[in-house]
Design a protein around this ligand. Structure first.
Ligand SMILES: O=P(O)(O)OC[C@H]1O[C@H](O[C@H]2O[C@H](CO)[C@@H](O)[C@H](O)[C@H]2O)[C@H](O)[C@@H](O)[C@@H]1O
Length: 360
């Protein structure tokens, strides 16, 4: 398995392209003609249109930062067309069971905002013991993967369950269970790290970002191993543009990195054709479900980066995506849940149903 992964990593790195998730910016101003530079040139054209000096880029970043801020989003009510198009997975539970009938369910769970509530301090995003117990029971019923933008080590330290699969750094760091998994035999040596060549550059950029953003009160930079995050949840909205300027001043020297956005966070990652959707496909393949019609992946997530996985499922007409949100958002998910407590209820119901039907 490890050799297979190494061969594929080489192929993947040869075909570096921009990830499908929403790219705000790709760094670089060195005349290189890589796809990253092409994106940068597009931004330069915009800059000229609005007067140069990076104003265009920064304005579009700040607009995007504002667009996903709750004060600019509308909560849905039960009559809205959004909730009709993305009904509650709890209300539609029987229907979900019906469409998954006879198929092997595989669970994919994002961490922040899905298993743990969003909090101001990313180091204190603890998961409740109740949720941990639910996920433990879930993993006894179905193969279960935690997919996160955080480093694999960090998300493991929050979840602390050895029997799960973990896909950290937006899927760029995948590892199979250490022990206790029914599925262990097939995935014992599972390790996939398609962006190892970027480790030194991410670490360098992380240190530069820490230094540069020191002056912005409330900004926090997080090293997620194969990617980095610049948090602006605790930064005054008037300072968002200053922060964007500083981040850009670092990124412009790194043509092989790009910027995407999550919930009050700017995410810096390598430009490779790899994202949470690719991680989902890779894991299904590793579990032996490639091209299987009798597998039913359920992916639950709250963030823009989860859209890559929702889209894969939608395009393949396989399984389903569930968006965790209190707000109407454009999404490729089919169903919705409002918050982590509802996620827990949904997972509990799946466990109960599995116990009943398998006589456990
Ligand atoms: O893929 P995810 O597991 O959802 O990771 C995305 C980012 O999650 C974390 O940040 C988010 O949660 C924090 C704690 O609740 C919150 O303070 C922050 O505003 C959110 O964006 C994580 O800290 C980031 O590194 C991830 O990129």
């Amino acid at each position: 398995m490890v050799r297979f992964i190494e061969e594929n990593i080489t192929k993947m790195l040869e075909t570096k392209i921009i990830s499908k998730s929403e790219v705000l910016y790709a760094g670089g101003d060195d005349g290189d003609t890589s796809p990253a530079t092409k994106v940068f040139q597009d931004f330069q054209i915009n800059e000229e249109n609005v007067g140069g000096g990076g104003g265009g880029i920064i304005r579009s970043w700040v607009d995007s930062m504002r667009a996903c801020s709750p004060t600019h989003l509308k909560p849905f009510n039960n009559q809205s067309s959004w909730i009709k198009e993305h009904p509650s997975a709890l209300n539609m539970f029987e229907e979900i069971l019906h469409i998954s009938e006879g198929k092997q369910i595989v669970m994919f769970l994002d961490y922040d905002g899905t298993l743990s509530p969003i909090v101001d301090d990313p180091d204190r995003a603890f998961m409740s013991n109740k949720m941990r117990n639910t996920v433990r029971k879930l993993a006894m019923c179905f193969p279960t993967v935690i997919v996160s933008g955080r480093s694999r080590e960090k998300v493991y330290n929050f979840v602390k369950l050895t029997e799960l699969y973990y896909a950290g750094s937006h899927g760029m760091d995948i590892k199979g269970p250490e022990q206790n998994s029914k599925y262990k035999k097939k995935t014992q040596s599972l390790l996939c790290q398609p962006a190892t060549e970027f480790l030194p550059v991410i670490s360098e950029v992380y240190m530069k970002l820490v230094e540069k953003t020191k002056s912005i009160q409330g900004a926090k930079v997080e090293n997620n191993k194969f990617c980095a995050s610049v948090h602006f949840r605790c930064v005054d909205e008037n300072k968002w543009s200053d922060l964007a300027h500083l981040v850009r001043s670092v990124l412009k020297n790194y043509p092989k990195l790009m910027l995407t956005q999550g919930r009050k966070v700017l995410e810096i990652r390598p430009i490779i054709k790899w994202d949470k959707g690719k991680a989902l496909e890779f894991l299904l393949e590793s579990l032996g479900y490639e091209n299987c019609t009798d597998v039913f992946p359920i992916y639950i997530g709250d963030d823009r980066t989860d859209e890559d996985a929702f889209k894969i499922l939608r395009d393949k007409r396989q399984g389903l995506g569930i968006l965790v949100s209190k707000y109407a958002k454009e999404t490729n998910a089919s169903y919705s849940l409002q918050e982590p407590d509802e996620v827990m209820d949904f997972l509990e119901r799946l466990v109960e149903w599995k116990k009943l039907t398998s006589g456990q």
